[in-house]
Design a protein around this ligand. Structure first.
Ligand SMILES: [Zn+2]
Ligand SMILES: [Zn+2]
Length: 136
């Protein structure tokens, strides 16, 4: 795995660099389904202090299932989801795997909120399945 991750949005206005991932996972919650427009959100989780953005990430903030805030960072020009920050785990940032320059570096070990997964969403048999969230 690369020491440094890099990526950005579809139009190139937002670019980022980050340190190596501490966790890789897929979140199947309804919120991630809506925010990505797809079956789940695939995240590289990195230490927040390694995350550096060039350009402007616009944040949409809402309350997660626990009542704590979730901030979704996206490019206001092209709409690509790029990052997610959660109040329950303030020291980490989730980077959308599809935004990486090298998405093949993504190798998830875990699927969370599988209770909300769609019937047309086929998960890898190799990952750990968690019906709900992992932080608390
Ligand atoms: Zn963009
Ligand atoms: Zn989610």
């Amino acid at each position: 795995m690369a020491e440094k991750l890099s990526g950005g949005c579809a139009c190139g206005s937002v670019r980022y660099e980050a340190g190596s991932a501490v966790l890789m996972m897929n979140c199947h919650c309804r919120d991630c389904q809506r925010a990505t427009g797809s079956a789940y959100a695939a995240f590289m989780v990195v230490p927040k202090d390694t995350f550096q953005v060039t350009g402007v990430l616009t944040y949409y903030e809402c309350a997660g299932g626990s009542g704590k805030s979730i901030r979704r960072g996206f490019c206001a020009t092209c709409g690509s989801p790029v990052a997610i920050e959660v109040e329950v785990a303030p020291n980490i940032v989730g980077l959308l795997a599809g935004s990486l320059d090298t998405p093949t570096e993504f190798s998830p070990t875990m699927d969370i909120f599988t209770a909300c997964a769609q019937p047309w969403d086929h998960m890898s048999p190799d990952t750990r399945k968690v019906p709900g969230g992992i932080s608390g």
